[in-house]
Write a protein that binds this ligand. Structure first.
Ligand code: ZN
Length: 508
């Protein structure tokens, strides 16, 4: 034991000497090694894998990645390692190592027995949770404190909408500029990482929210607010636009006609969904009148404002198909009966019924996939997100479906993978600590049994997940999945708080 300790110290000393990458990340290598030695921190080496590090650089076969605690300490050729005294070795030979994935549009992390393990088992080590409320703030804090195993959570404020909303509580209604400013201050006080804006915000409230966010240094993003032109919202600081809402209109030869029609349509407080349905139908019709010149200007405007698109193609596909097609999805076993019932009940509100509607929605969805590719080619930043918790969108699993769809849209597998790793970190302002396999960054990694650059489907073939330095090998991941299945189907669990909140949530 003493011998191992001594060797371990030697190894850490070597690491300190070799740790130029750590220094580049602003970490003093010697102090780092000393601290790790004193704390008895576990050293993990992923040995022999081909590293696909998330950057534009080439894949590096035969690599070693050394993790100390929750950080990546060293990356280099396995042959350069001096030996591995006391280290836990993860066999990477014949495998590919990629950065941990981010689902950039998620909901429901507070289903603590279901969602966190499903994310991790699918290699999702970070999420952007798109609606903040007391329960998921508590869950995020538990994960941060290490009391609950789960992905990193970047958490939204309450959804700010108003004067009325399609959503029930916990949406926060904002009727004017004053309430907009107050809502941002509340969000900051509650520890929101960003402010979420929604469909119906009046222009004065939106402008006040944008201004207060700028003053507070907190970013904001969310849905296209119908009463504000998308590029005006982008220039006011809206960092992301979710679900491609309004993008077909904004890139269409019929843009001005359709925007004028929306402007002339009042919100009917007794039929709140009508406006949403009209906007969606106009978006669908606009998709048939795509105009490359209008689109080029729009994309250039988004790019110049550093506003990103979060297409969530996977949820858009769900609502483009007849409601019945999901009944036999094998992943339903990971979802509790109350959520299943809510999904079955809710989905028909959105989905096509007649053969004509089905064909129209199918064509519309295909146009959205095309539009995503066009935005990407124009240099607009893309986020990979799912909108899980909405019907038949599964935590973790569905991010792999989204990656497939991004490749269908025309991204190379490398670019699709980057959208949920490096680019996600850049968007979140975490490029210095996350998103690539680089010394000094967090140890969030996924070891794959196949090459994701050859086939994006390889990202599903997970051998090991490392989350904040904690190693979850295949057997552990399988046990986690089995435990989720048990928890989901335990009657007592279904009766808890989640049932109370389900009927009022969704579509955000
Ligand atoms: Zn959402």
């Amino acid at each position: 034991m003493v011998r191992v300790e001594a060797n371990r110290r030697d190894f850490l000393r070597w690491l300190a000497a070799a740790g130029a990458g750590l220094a580049a990340a602003g970490i003093a290598p010697a102090a780092f090694a000393q601290e790790a030695a004193a704390a008895g921190t576990e050293v993990v080496v992923v040995l022999g894998a081909t590293v696909v590090d998330g950057t534009d650089g080439p894949a590096r076969p035969g690599s070693a990645v050394v993790l100390v605690g929750d950080r990546i300490a060293w990356v280099g050729p396995a042959a350069e390692l001096p030996g591995l005294p006391g280290a836990r070795v993860v066999d990477g030979r014949g495998r590919h190592l990629v950065p941990g994935l981010w689902d950039m549009h998620a909901h429901g992390i507070d289903y603590e027995d279901l969602w966190p393990p499903l994310f991790l088992a699918n290699g999702v080590t970070g999420i952007r949770e798109m609606q903040g409320y007391a329960e998921n703030r508590a869950t995020r804090d538990k994960i941060t404190r290490g009391e609950l195993l789960g992905p990193r959570v970047v958490l939204a404020s309450a959804v700010l909408d108003g004067p009325e909303s399609l959503l029930g509580p916990p949406v926060q209604l904002v009727r004017n500029a004053q309430e907009g400013r107050a809502a941002v201050r509340t969000a900051v006080a509650q520890g929101a990482d960003f402010v979420k804006v929604y469909f119906y915000l009046p222009p004065d409230a939106f402008a006040a929210i944008a201004d207060e966010c700028r003053r507070s240094g907190v970013p904001f993003g969310g849905h296209w607010p119908y009463r504000i032109r998308q590029l005006d919202a982008a220039r006011a600081g809206q960092r992301s636009f979710e679900h491609l809402f309004g993008l077909s209109i904004a890139t269409s030869s019929r843009r001005d006609e359709f925007l004028a029609r929306l402007d002339a349509t009042p919100f009917d407080l007794n039929a709140k969904r009508d406006f949403f349905n009209l906007a969606r139908e106009l978006d669908r019709q606009a998709a048939q009148a795509y105009d490359p010149v209008t689109a080029g200007r729009h994309f250039a405007g988004l790019k110049a404002a550093n506003s990103w698109l979060s297409p969530t193609l996977v949820v858009n596909r769900v609502i483009s198909r007849p409601a019945g097609v999901h009944a036999d999805d094998p992943r339903l076993k990971y979802v509790s009966p109350d959520i299943r019932a809510y999904w079955a009940d809710r989905l028909p509100m959105f989905t096509p019924v007649t053969p004509e509607q089905v064909a129209q929605q199918q064509a519309y969805f295909e146009a959205q996939v095309e539009l995503t590719g066009a935005a990407h080619r124009a240099g607009v930043g893309l986020l990979g997100g799912t909108d899980c918790e909405n019907p038949y969108v599964y935590p973790g699993f569905s991010l792999h479906d989204e990656l497939d769809l991004l490749v269908q849209a025309g991204l190379t597998p490398r670019r699709a993978l980057q959208s949920v790793t490096r680019d996600a970190a850049v968007f979140l302002g975490r490029a210095g600590t996350a998103g690539t396999i680089t010394p000094g960054k967090v140890a969030d990694l996924v070891l794959l049994d196949a090459d994701p650059l050859a086939d994006i489907g390889a990202v599903r073939r997970i051998n090991t997940v490392v989350t904040a330095g904690r190693v979850l090998e295949r057997g552990t991941l399988d046990r986690m999945l089995a435990d989720v299945e048990t928890a989901a189907n335990r009657p007592a669990v279904s009766a808890n708080a989640r049932s109370r909140r389900l009927p009022v949530r969704g579509c955000c």
